[in-house]
Design a protein. Structure first.
Length: 107
C-alpha cells in the first residue's frame, strides 16, 4: 500500500475516533451515559484498524522495509495520538458528569 494511502487511512480512522469521543462527551453532558459509553466503543473500534496499520509500519521499519517518513505520515501519527488522548479525556468526562449528576440528585 502506498505511503500516502496509509497515512490517509490513519488520519481517517483517528478522525472517526476523535468524533466519537466528542460525541461521548456531549452525550454525558445530557446524562445519556449508556449512549456515551456506546460512542466510546465506536471510538475504540475506529482506532483498532489504525493501531494495526501503525504496528505494521513499525514492523516494516524494524525489518528495513520502510518507505521513509514523510510529513504526511507525521501528521497522521499526530492525529492518531490526539485520538488516543481524546479517548482518555472522554472517559474522564463521562465519569465526572456521572458523579456531578449524582451529587446534584439528577441521576
Amino acid at each position: 500500500m502506498a505511503s500516502m494511502d496509509v497515512a490517509m487511512g490513519l488520519i481517517a480512522g483517528a478522525g472517526d475516533a476523535r468524533s466519537s469521543c466528542m460525541e461521548a462527551i456531549e452525550l454525558a453532558k445530557e446524562g445519556k451515559f449508556q449512549e456515551a459509553r456506546e460512542a466510546l466503543t465506536r471510538a475504540d473500534d475506529s482506532m483498532v484498524a489504525a493501531h494495526e496499520t501503525q504496528t505494521q509500519l513499525i514492523r516494516d521499519e524494524m525489518s528495513g522495509e520502510s518507505e521513509g517518513v514523510s510529513l504526511l505520515m507525521v501528521h497522521a501519527q499526530d492525529h492518531l495520538n490526539l485520538a488516543l488522548v481524546m479517548r482518555d479525556v472522554a472517559e474522564e468526562f463521562i465519569q465526572i458528569h456521572q458523579r456531578l449528576m449524582k451529587l446534584e440528585g439528577n441521576e
